[in-house]
Design a protein around this ligand. Sequence first.
Ligand code: 5RP
Length: 232
Amino acid sequence: MDVQPPSALDLKRAAGFKAVNLVEDGMNIGLGTGSTVHFALERLAERVHEGLHIKGVPTSLHTEFLARRLGIPLTTLDEVDLLNLAIDGADQVDQSGYLIKGRGAALTREKCVADASKFLIIVVSEEKLTDRLSGPIPVEVLPFARGHVARAIRRMGGTAVLREGADRDGPVITDNGNFILDCTFPSIADPPVLEEAIEQIPGVISCGLFTAFTKKTVVIVGQSSGVEVRSF
Ligand code: 5RP
């Protein structure tokens, strides 16, 4: 009988489930966005139905609706001082623990929740690991300033492409009413410097480079050989 290797979804599920083992009774937790977090939320909901008491702060309308459907109690960043941990996905993770996030267009709320959390638990499948971040880097921009920001990105040596909606005519509109520019650079030599430079452009709401959280980041990687836990 042939034994099939685990699929990408199996690896995401394994990482998502493992992250939920870190959740303890009474915690306030950030709920990230994406297909890997989806598995974590399903497991978290099982634990809630078994009697675990937690409250979640969702990072997107998508996650809010899913959490409500699964019966996960919710709160807001206004109502909690500190989140015990946040569970979120990533598009790329390098060896220093720097991240690119935002394929799901939820980067701004994800960055707020990461900043408000004591620990950031990143759940990924192994193909997200890279020696060097390469992008594209999602950047949330005020619609009014999209041309201004795109020109500034070009002056920095990059290109900026307005993200189009998959199921609608016109651009993707974020949960905050803004646009996403997917920005590509020939190389990302110094991710913290690039993140700061992008976030200083007037009209940028936030940049999908996440470099400020490495000390509190734990990356849970679903791999064909098993689940690996990395810290930095
Ligand atoms: C959304 C994100 C996601 O966490 C990231 O895109 C990873 O998603 P997935 O787990 O579906 O691969 O940053 O803004």
